[in-house]
Ligand binder design. Sequence first.
Ligand code: FES
Length: 129
Amino acid sequence: MALYSEKVMDHFRNPRNVGVIEDADGVGEVGNAKCGDIMKMYLKIDNDTVTDVKFETFGCASAVASSSMATELIKGKPVSEVMRLTNKAVAEALDGLPDYKMHCSVLAEEAIAKALEDYFSKHPEKRIQ
Ligand code: FES
């Protein structure tokens, strides 16, 4: 069996939503201390909905594919839903990741959570419990 699913390879080779949002409403950067990979997410939020999202990832194929898939999963979605995105959902949407690569998908969950936290810190009235 191939190490990576076709979806992982597709999102690694043609990542969606790569880039920077200069006037982002929330930015989250996380890293994995062990492998040194870094992921940064930029969110544009309007009317409690993620209207745009971009990412920059300096990392392995699984991290790039996870960020790309995560952006597709949250774009156009309400903040309340985006908050609940798990790394497992990202990995499942990629048709799975090898066990020892699951931590790469965790970066996507954490980067989005951190970007939302940044947004909530600027807009405390929008915070969802
Ligand atoms: Fe570090 Fe994949 S090996 S995020």
